[in-house]
Design a protein around this ligand. Sequence first.
Ligand code: NAG
Ligand code: NAG
Ligand code: NAG
Length: 184
Amino acid sequence: MALLVPSSSLLISLLLVLLFIDPSVASPIANATGYALVARICEQTYNKYYCTDALKSDPRTKTADPKALLEVSLKLASSNATATTLQIQSLIKDAKDPGLKDHLQVCADVYKGIVDDLTKANTSSKSGQYDDVRRSAIRATHGPESCEVAFKEPPAHKTPLSTYNFYVELLSDIVVNIASIIKL
Ligand SMILES: *[C@@H]1O[C@H](CO)[C@@H](O)[C@H](O)[C@H]1NC(C)=O
Ligand SMILES: *[C@@H]1O[C@H](CO)[C@@H](O)[C@H](O)[C@H]1NC(C)=O
Ligand SMILES: *[C@@H]1O[C@H](CO)[C@@H](O)[C@H](O)[C@H]1NC(C)=O
């Protein structure tokens, strides 16, 4: 018993030391900037590697505070959603199979909603309504799954949009995570 006391207090001291050495543990996430902020945000997403690559693709990220990183992520999410919309239009144009065409049409409608939601999120961020940004972006995160599920409806087809859907869901989720840490 006499031995347990010093060893458990040693453990506690070690923990305290660790807490103070590691700045990512010690400082609030809302105070983080640049790649340290990226690491904190991306570890909350379902793919921290793609998340990190995507955010680092914009040169502004290197020195971004949470508000600047929110702008970066909104731009990435919107441009991906727009690119996906164009890809869907082109696949619809080329589709010979009416079943496949129907599934693609579902995705076209879904993506109209996603682009709308991300546009709303962008507008809300300009007026500092970060709760609204978060809500709109959460809605956007649900779209890609609805598009994927459409291809499983009979007659089932292999999804031609999985990479696009993966990115739009991930990038929208990044927007959600960043908007959640910005305090008014
Ligand atoms: C975080 O930022 C706030 C406001 O900018 C400041 O008051 C606080 O001291 C900062 N905390 C740390 C640990 O840097
Ligand atoms: C979507 O975003 C990712 C990450 O930024 C990028 O690598 C990819 O090229 C984008 N896709 C489209 C279709 O814009
Ligand atoms: C966000 O809104 C600004 C204008 O307030 C606009 O310049 C920008 O292109 C918009 N970005 C996106 C991703 O919609």
